[in-house]
Design a protein around this ligand. Structure first.
Ligand SMILES: [Zn+2]
Length: 235
């Protein structure tokens, strides 16, 4: 059994593939470790590989003029980076920055295109995932415009918790401020309130989820809507 096959955590998008296509895909993958803040692909760059995160998570961020990049989508073991190749587009519309360090499976773009051409079933799954991404981008745009910082912070913590495969994870206030497009002090105040309510604890850049149900109650509706959209299309 190879290292890849022996790895316990799976990617749910790959799990959607029929057995034959799953095997073909897995045999083309290499297992890599991604480090926090590593830029996997820059905005308006070109994908060199596609990534299927296992324990890693990748934040897709948009850069507008002089502003810090704003977080739009968090990709973990439920998704992939580079799905637009199914549309024949190798350009990256968003900056892909590793939020949570960990493992991912990756395939070179030429290898992935060959797989797509040989196995149309892979494209069918990717098209459903691309629809999910469209919904996520739309919902996040509305969320950033209409919802308060605390609710948005909770939404991002829930997304992170889902993808971290652990109750604690490294996430600094500074990075969260960039993700949410707010001042660091706003994150510190909102996170302090969550800690005061006994929902999370925060120490030396590590956030621990203490009361998941309580957090879900405080989140804006966007988290639940996005989860339901994903489950309708993929799971
Ligand atoms: Zn929202």
């Amino acid at each position: 059994m190879s290292t890849v096959q022996a790895f316990a955590t799976r990617n749910r998008l790959m799990d959607e593939l029929p057995a034959r296509q799953y095997g073909r895909m897995l045999s083309a993958c290499e297992l890599v470790t991604l480090s926090p803040r590593q830029v996997v692909c820059d905005q308006d760059g070109v994908f060199t590989h596609v990534y299927f995160p296992l324990t890693a998570s990748i934040s897709l961020m948009i850069k507008v003029a002089e502003h810090p990049p704003l977080g739009m989508v968090l990709v973990g073991s439920e998704g992939m980076l580079g799905a637009s190749l199914a549309l024949g587009v190798s350009a990256a519309p968003l900056r892909a920055v590793v939020q949570g360090g960990g493992t991912a499976l990756r395939i070179s773009v030429p290898g992935f295109i060959a797989l797509l051409e040989e196995n149309p079933a892979i494209g069918v799954v990717l098209n459903r995932y691309l629809y999910v991404l469209m919904e996520q981008l739309s919902q996040t745009a509305a969320c950033n415009r209409f919802h308060e910082v605390e609710a948005r912070l909770v939404r991002w913590l829930l997304l992170t918790h889902d993808r971290a495969h652990a109750d604690n994870f490294q996430l600094t206030h500074l990075f969260l401020a960039e993700i949410l497009g707010v001042q660091r002090s706003a994150v510190t105040i909102a996170a302090g309130m969550l800690q005061h309510k006994g929902l999370i604890s925060y120490s030396r850049g590590v956030i621990t989820i203490i009361d998941r149900v309580g957090l879900e109650r405080l989140s804006c509706e966007c988290y639940g809507l996005l989860l339901a959209d994903y489950q309708r299309q993929i799971a």
